[in-house]
Design a protein around this ligand. Structure first.
Ligand SMILES: [Zn+2]
Length: 55
């Protein structure tokens, strides 16, 4: 480790937080782009960290 991703706007929790996981970014649908621009929610990764199993 030591190369952790910085928090992204679309993240609901920092990576590694218990009860969370990577999911497709809803803003860009996992493409990493919105209207030919880098998605700001996931910063182009197409993935965001959101809570899982709690809903
Ligand atoms: Zn996105």
């Amino acid at each position: 480790m030591g190369d952790t991703d910085p928090a992204k706007p679309g993240d609901e929790a920092p990576p590694g937080t218990s009860g969370t996981g990577e999911n497709l970014c809803r803003a860009c649908g996992g493409t990493g782009k919105v209207a030919d621009k880098t998605c700001t929610e996931c910063q182009g990764t197409g993935k965001v960290t959101t809570g899982i199993g709690g809903a």
